[in-house]
Design a protein around this ligand. Structure first.
Ligand code: SF4
Length: 418
């Protein structure tokens, strides 16, 4: 093996892959079998950097050669950059070597499109197949599904990968047309629909036949780039909501656009990466998936943009002061979940603990409630309610004065993996 050449390829293809953030490895229950390598069920330690990116996987492109010319992408065909391509065997060897050295828990493999979708997808599948069959590798594998690849290849990919993802890239069809005129949104939707059907079919099959092979046990995800096109947060979140509901996605990843290319259709090169916005979108996404919020409660025609100064739950609360205060000792779980400063776990603990005694501020603090926020929105045993005659705006100012958000500095750069 020519180590220098491999290292050079690794530098190029890991660097090109860092713009894809859809690499979290949650949700797989693949077990180590036959004394093989790795264990995706509990061997994966999620390691997130300050800006929320996952670093526990070997995250590379098979190649950064591409026949497309998407304006937002460093690998676009008209960008004058160094190109490289791994062979299938090189990716397999790297994964095994890195895994044995404990550098990684799995592989995230994407690719530019060379020749055509099937030609590329076939190679991605081949990597996963070799790892599973020849090396008995039980670590986590996330494969990018190449839009336009045949259903046979997608089906095969699902047999070896834990997660598959098709990137929507832009939140709307209009955004995609603007920046990637060669691409067609339907080419992304079709494989997502196919994967969804296969995952459902496999779940049913597993109920009947315990030994039926797994198909993409960690489901499918997608990524949208925010800030490259002028879509509002309302458009971004409505699009995410649509795909969660209709395609059973495990995750939508929001990637703040990193301006690396000069193009009159794109934000200027010195535009800051919208990291705060990206973080607020993740928080809003969390509210939709775990806190029972409807997308229109978070963003709507009156409020199409998320408030960058405060989190979306606090933002909703101060716009809906008529819903408060709520009595923490009586309110339903769903209502408690809407209180700023009370997370999912704390809300569940409150409901469990109040069966034995009425809760006051001290107990709430012990449970983990951020009382510096929650005190404006609840009453408890002490009956002391801190809102008094404050308006939502007053509360926002008080809370902002107290908190030093780690995301407030909008200057972080992209993560360098190697
Ligand atoms: S198809 Fe993918 S790799 Fe190719 S230019 Fe578009 S975004 Fe980049």
């Amino acid at each position: 093996m020519n180590v220098d050449r491999i290292t050079e390829k690794l530098n190029i293809l890991a660097d090109a892959a860092k713009y894809d953030v859809s690499c979290a490895s949650s949700g797989s229950d693949r077990k180590n079998k036959d004394k093989g390598l790795g264990n995706a069920s509990n061997g994966i330690c999620h390691s997130y950097t300050e800006d929320g990116r996952c670093v526990s996987l070997l995250k590379i492109l098979l190649t950064n050669h591409c026949i497309f010319d998407c304006a937002y992408c460093v690998s676009r065909k008209n960008n004058d950059i160094k190109r490289a391509a791994f062979t299938v065997q090189e990716v397999v060897d790297l994964t095994i070597n890195f895994y044995r050295r404990n550098y990684i828990e799995g592989l995230f493999l994407s690719s530019g499109i060379f020749k055509n979708a099937d030609y590329t997808m076939e190679r991605l599948v081949h990597v996963a197949k070799k790892l599973r069959i020849e090396h008995n590798f039980n670590g986590y594998i996330h494969l990018k599904s190449i839009p336009g690849a045949s259903e046979e290849l997608m089906r095969e990919a699902g047999l070896y990968a834990d997660r598959l993802s098709v990137n929507l890239e832009m939140p709307t069809e209009a955004g995609l047309k603007l920046l990637a005129p060669d691409k067609n949104r339907q080419d992304m939707i079709d494989p997502m629909r196919f994967l969804n059907q296969e995952i459902i079919r496999n779940t049913e099959e597993k109920k009947l036949f315990k030994n039926a092979p797994m198909f993409a046990p960690a489901g499918q995800s997608t990524q949208v780039i925010v800030g490259a096109t002028p879509e509002s947060d309302q458009q971004v979140l409505q699009s995410a909501n649509y795909f969660y509901k209709n395609f059973n996605l495990k995750r939508v990843y929001y990637s703040g656009y990193v301006p690396v290319l000069a193009d009159k259709r794109l934000p200027a090169l010195n535009t800051a990466v919208p990291m705060v916005r990206e973080n607020r979108l993740y928080q809003a996404d969390w509210l939709m998936r775990f806190y029972g919020f409807h997308v229109n409660e978070i963003v709507n025609n009156q409020n199409p943009l998320l408030d960058l100064d405060i989190d979306p739950k606090l933002s909703w609360a101060i716009r809906n002061m008529q819903a408060f205060p709520i009595d923490i000792n009586k309110a339903d779980l769903q209502l408690i979940l809407r209180v700023p400063g009370i997370g999912l776990l704390s809300a569940q603990k409150i409901v469990a603990a109040r069966k034995f005694a009425r809760l006051g501020w001290e107990q709430l603090k012990k449970i983990g409630v951020a009382t510096n926020r929650a005190r404006y929105f609840i009453t408890c045993k002490s009956n002391e309610f801190e809102r008094r005659d404050l308006t939502g705006q007053n509360i926002k100012q008080f809370i902002m004065a107290q908190s030093q958000s780690k995301y407030i500095k909008n200057t972080q750069t992209q993560l360098n993996l190697f």
